[in-house]
Design a protein around this ligand. Structure first.
Ligand SMILES: [Zn+2]
Length: 122
C-alpha cells in the first residue's frame, strides 16, 4: 500500500489509492478524491443493489477479523490523505490572507489550535 505522505503524485484516489497519473479522471471532494474506475465500479454496485430502507455502515456488517484487519490500512491511509489535503487547504487560505482566527473558526477550533496544528511553527 502506498504511503500518501511520500507519494510524489498530485493526488490519488481515496478508494483504490491510484495516483492521478494512473487514472483517466480524478474527481475531487472535500479532502478526498475518486477515480473514474471507482466511479464505474460504484455505479455497478448501485445499479445492482437492492433497495435498502436503512443503509448499514460498513463496520456494522458481519465481517471476519481478517477482513476488518485488511480494512484498517486503507482507512488509515484515507485519513492521512484527508489530513494532508486539509493542510494544503489551510495553506491556500493563508495564501489568500486568511487569518488564523478565520481558519480556526471555519474548523471549529481556536485560533491558537489552528496555528499549532497547521503553521509548522513551534
Ligand atoms: Zn479509484
Amino acid at each position: 500500500m502506498p504511503d500518501v505522505r511520500t507519494e510524489p503524485a498530485i493526488a490519488s484516489c481515496s478508494f483504490c489509492r491510484k495516483p492521478n497519473a494512473e487514472v483517466e479522471k480524478l474527481v475531487a471532494g472535500p479532502g478526498v478524491f475518486i477515480c473514474d474506475g471507482c466511479v464505474a465500479l460504484a455505479s455497478q454496485v448501485i445499479a445492482g443493489a437492492p433497495e435498502s430502507p436503512s443503509p448499514v455502515a460498513p463496520w456494522d456488517l458481519e465481517m471476519t477479523l481478517d477482513a476488518v484487519l485488511a480494512a484498517l490500512g486503507p482507512v488509515a491511509a484515507a485519513g492521512v490523505q484527508v489530513e494532508r489535503n486539509l493542510g494544503l487547504w489551510v495553506a491556500k487560505a493563508r495564501s489568500l490572507k486568511g487569518t488564523w482566527s478565520q481558519i480556526g473558526q471555519a474548523l471549529g477550533m481556536t485560533r491558537q489550535s489552528a496555528w499549532e496544528r497547521f503553521s509548522g511553527e513551534e
